[in-house]
Design a protein around this ligand. Structure first.
Ligand SMILES: Cc1cc2nc3c(=O)[nH]c(=O)nc-3n(C[C@H](O)[C@H](O)[C@H](O)COP(=O)(O)O)c2cc1C
Length: 193
């Protein structure tokens, strides 16, 4: 049965998937999820809505060498601001993160198109996250300072005049699932006649 031939069982699964997904901060170390599932997540990500079919997203699946280089770059930044102990602690933590994916968006000189393309990339990231969540894999979308460093772009072989990083995504099996609240619906919903 296709999703369009809807059933209440399908709807309940989708609702639960959306509601239960959480940003995962702690992963089980040394347990990278199967590559096929990550590739399927990327394949599904690109079915996100995108105005004028610009398909502005690009995906950079990082291997351990690149991930470690980014972890070292971040540790340098942290050391400079907070001292070497903080940098070392960050490095050790980042080196345990099992999976790394960077999503970028093609730049545009047209500000409206740039905004719409960024929105489309965000939708793609959420597709990726939701699919992985359905496979029991957690994701953390990060936009920390390191993702804006020229050296970060060098490490992923991206020209910042052509593409901009939308997120560094970490993925892996959750070690813990946090609870995060949401405002009540009546605080955010306005119904007009
Ligand atoms: C654009 C974007 C950037 C984010 N960057 C970070 C980040 O740098 N560090 C972090 O801990 N979480 C980051 N998050 C995750 C949010 O903190 C998280 O989505 C929020 O706390 C709600 O939690 P939930 O995803 O579990 O519902 C980011 C989320 C988005 C959408």
């Amino acid at each position: 049965m296709s999703v369009q031939e809807n059933s209440s069982a399908n709807a309940a699964i989708v609702a639960e998937l959306i509601r239960s997904r959480r940003t995962i901060h702690e992963f089980l170390p040394q347990q990278p999820p199967p590559r096929e599932l990550i590739l399927r997540g990327i394949e599904l990500a690109r079915w996100a809505p995108n105005h004028f079919l610009t398909e502005p997203w690009r995906f950079y699946l990082l291997g351990p060498q690149t991930a470690a280089a980014i972890a070292r770059l971040n540790a340098e930044l942290v050391s400079r601001k907070q001292g070497p102990d903080a940098g070392q602690a960050k490095l050790e933590r980042w080196l345990t993160i099992p999976g790394w994916l960077v999503v970028t968006c093609e730049n545009s000189d047209d500000p409206i198109r740039a905004r719409e393309d960024y929105a489309a990339c965000c939708c793609a990231i959420h597709n990726f996250s939701l699919y992985l969540w359905s496979e029991g894999i957690g994701v953390k979308w990060t936009t920390g300072a390191v993702t804006r460093e020229p050296q970060f772009y060098d490490l992923i072989w991206v020209d910042p005049t052509v593409e901009t990083v939308v997120g560094l995504l970490w993925y892996g099996y959750p070690a813990e699932i946090p609870q995060t609240p949401r405002k009540a619906l009546d605080e955010i919903l306005v119904e007009l006649p």
